[in-house]
Design a binder for this molecule. Structure first.
Ligand code: PLP
Length: 398
């Protein structure tokens, strides 16, 4: 049975072109980029090249890119770094109620350190209200962090408008672009973002590598210095110590180069969107009691988050898995946790609706046959789970 993978927001397979670019750095080119001999200089040249590819991908300059170990580290570095370096200026921070755990938990940590944090609410589509943002900014505010696109629903925030409001008030703006990168255009030449996070394994690169963009106004000798999370040998111009993951960084660079081409041609996006919309259309036709979570249009083309009345998301995931189909309930990072998604609750779903949600996320290697398989098995699975639930409720009287 061919496996069907529809969990690209959890992680993507490594693109064969990325793997090919990485292999030399796992075999013969094993020099430490800090070494001054030829092995070292070839490693260093590989890092320089990747830094250019990543910068080019988001419309930044190479010196504005710091390599990290993942999206979570990139978020931690940007948010904690900024908060600690501007602490004397103010102690108020703003974020939203729908961020990824690596942002939410960082803000919770900062609250415990004495910072005040405002968590902006979202509407039923998962979008923040720009007036609420404007009103929340005070003369004590030093940082606003709003994700570019949501990992659970795919909802895309109006980042350009948000960044402009924040800049107008003279505050630093961070965006977690881990899910947006590679799916929609990111061009920092016309969007005033100061800090941005990306991750290799969400855009067909390897796991264990990410990058933080630190804009020149924030990260130069004229601007601020974000204190590193990892101290040591002073790699990454003192911003992130530790011998660089050269092969991983080469993979991230290549992944960004490919993503840049794909995003600008929009061919892949169009193909993925048609498959996703076809999946949605047939599910709505064949199964009753299904509701779309997220905005109908302002959404990544690959993501479909649905609630199925009377059927728990985790039962659906397990039953689909038995059929060789991989999907997810909410965020993969909170998998195994039966608590309903904080994102869906913030959007006003009931606990029951939130726990009956399923996320399909498609990608570069999804084919029409994958969608057909889901359509073939899902109606039966939903019906079976609903019947079991009705019977159990009948017996327990609940
Ligand atoms: N931010 C978002 C929106 C994500 O979806 C994820 C991963 O799911 C992360 C951050 C964390 O990235 P990483 O898995 O590379 O730590």
């Amino acid at each position: 049975m061919k496996k069907v993978y529809l969990d690209y927001n959890a992680t993507t397979p490594v693109d064969p072109r990325v793997l090919e670019a990485m292999i030399p750095y796992l075999k013969d080119e094993y020099g430490n980029p800090s070494s001054i001999h030829s092995f070292g200089s070839r490693g260093k040249a590989a890092l320089d090249n990747s830094r250019e590819q990543v910068a080019e991908f988001i419309g930044a300059r190479p010196k504005e890119i710091v390599f990290t170990s993942c999206g979570s580290e990139s978020n931690n570095f940007a948010i904690k770094g900024l908060a600690f370096s501007l602490r004397k200026k103010g102690n108020h921070l703003i974020t939203t109620q729908v961020e990824h755990a690596s942002v939410v938990e960082t803000f919770r940590f900062l609250e415990a350190q004495g910072f005040k944090v405002t968590y902006l609410s979202v509407d039923k589509y998962g979008l923040i209200n720009l007036d609420e943002l404007r009103d929340a900014i005070t003369d004590q505010t030093i940082l606003v962090s709003v994700m570019f696109a949501n990992n659970e629903t795919g909802v895309i925030m109006p980042i350009k408008e948000i960044a402009e409001i924040v800049k107008e008030k003279g505050v630093i703006f961070h965006t977690d672009a881990v899910q947006a990168a590679g799916k929609i255009e990111i061009d920092l030449k016309n969007t005033p973002v100061d800090l941005l996070s990306i991750s290799g394994h969400k855009l067909y690169g390897p796991k264990g590598v990410g990058a933080t963009y630190i804009g020149t106004n924030v990260g130069t000798r004229h601007g601020l210095f974000l204190p590193p999370l990892i101290h040591g040998g002073g790699q990454e111009r003192g911003r992130r110590s530790g011998t660089e993951n050269v092969a991983g960084i080469v993979g991230l660079g290549k992944a960004c180069e490919i993503a840049k081409e794909e995003v600008s041609s929009q061919k892949s996006e169009y193909r993925i969107k048609s498959l996703r919309d076809e999946l949605f259309r047939v599910i709505m036709e064949k199964i009753d009691g299904v509701k779309l979570n997220g905005h109908p249009e302002k959404r990544l083309s690959n993501t479909l988050n649905l609630s199925f009345d009377g059927a728990e998301g985790d039962s659906l995931v397990m039953n689909l898995d038995l059929e060789g189909i991989a999907v997810s309930t909410g965020s993969a990072c909170s998998e195994g946790n039966v608590e309903p998604s904080h994102v869906l609750l913030a959007m006003g779903l009931t606990r029951e609706e939130a726990t009956s949600s399923l996320r399909f996320s498609l990608g570069r290697f999804t084919e029409k046959g994958d969608i057909d398989r889901v359509i073939d098995v899902l109606p039966r699975i939903v019906e079976r789970i609903r019947n079991i639930n009705v019977k159990t409720r009948g017996k327990t009287g609940g």
